[in-house]
Design a binder for this molecule. Structure first.
Ligand code: T46
Length: 314
């Protein structure tokens, strides 16, 4: 997936979400009357990026998945408002989050803004779940100038990101994810010749490696996993690409992005896992403590919850 400027060819798929109640239900603007000409006009207008920046988030095949925007860019207060909308087709596949982080990079690195704000209706449970999941907390310090644009609108939840905030949930700053250790894999750079990473059993972690497997050629937006292991210990790492890992130990559920060959996640307890491929050709490698054994898998979430409950009680 990637961001690019909007093009006229995106208009039909843009119109698709505009007429999709599932997508527009809680949006401030009413898009239902938009025509293909309106969508094309919008695309033509947003070529001037002085006050607004709009980008298409597209698949690797260049299919339009949604729009992400910085609106009301105010160079005086160095602030802007953020918005993202994706087609139903693109939901739960990581497009919105990818688009958001790329655009925030652009806001802070290229446009040198200091703050970005946005709000959602408190009725918009899907959006609130999305922002909660990515650790965006409600903000109560919104400039009057920004609030003013929403006078008359009630029941809003405001968010903000300030320059320097860790909006990507930078894995390097985290020691553990849902109780699983974030392992720093020793990595040796060679001038102009890349880097070499390595780990050694019983030195970097306590188990012996009986099996190594890797998962490749996964289309972007695909989810795998949906299981836990009873006894198996594993070190997961992504030497190439970008994969979101969601870990749930039955009490807390956390997610991280694996996109750094020098980071591994040590899963040495029953933890429910899901992996989402955010970039085509990403590779997930796993060093495991035991041979493949179907008996060790728990593939039913309710069963997993009662398994960890019984385990914690005994
Ligand atoms: C895990 C996550 C991170 C084998 O025959 N041998 C093996 O060593 C493995 C790992 C799998 N398989 C077979 C079993 C299935 O027929 O390969 C097929 C795909 O396995 P699965 O659907 O379990 O793949 P994922 O990506 O959901 O999960 C895998 C591992 O199975 C699991 O242990 O923690 O990666």
């Amino acid at each position: 997936m990637r961001l690019r400027k909007l093009e006229l060819k995106d208009a039909p798929l843009m119109l698709e979400w505009m007429h999709d109640m599932e997508v527009t239900r809680n949006l401030k603007k009413n898009f239902s009357k938009f025509s293909i000409e309106d969508a094309e006009q919008f695309i033509l207008h947003c070529q001037n990026e002085d006050k607004e920046i709009h980008r298409a988030v597209v698949s690797d095949e260049d299919e339009y998945m949604g729009t992400v925007s910085l609106k009301h860019i105010d160079n005086e207060t160095e602030s802007a408002e953020f918005a993202v909308v994706v087609r139903s087709e693109a939901m739960t596949k990581g497009y919105a989050w990818f688009a958001m982080t790329e655009l925030l990079d652009l806001a802070f690195d290229k446009r040198k803004l200091s703050s970005v704000y946005w709000c959602v209706s408190k009725e918009n449970h899907r959006a609130i779940r999305f922002y909660d999941k990515h650790y965006f907390g409600e903000t109560f310090h919104v400039p009057q100038k920004v609030l003013h644009r929403y006078s008359g609108c009630e029941n809003l939840k405001w968010y903000s990101v300030l320059a320097g905030d860790d909006y990507k949930g930078n894995i390097k700053n985290r020691e553990q994810i849902a109780g699983c250790k974030v392992l720093s894999i020793k990595t040796i750079p060679t001038v102009n010749a890349g880097e070499l990473s390595f780990f050694e059993e019983r030195k970097d972690f306590s188990f012996s490696i009986k099996r190594i497997y890797y998962i490749s050629k996964v289309p972007e937006g695909t989810r795998r996993g949906f299981h836990a292991h009873k006894e198996l210990s594993q070190l997961l790492f992504c030497p190439y690409g970008k994969i979101q890992l969601v870990l749930d130990n039955g009490i807390e559920k956390e997610e991280i992005i694996l996109n750094d060959p020098s980071i591994g996640i040590l899963i040495d307890r029953p933890v429910w896992r899901e992996m989402l491929w955010l970039e085509k050709n990403s590779v997930l490698c796993v060093a495991a403590s035991d041979y493949y054994n179907t008996e060790d898998y728990i593939r039913n979430y309710e069963e997993f919850i009662s398994y960890v409950k019984n385990r914690n009680e005994s």
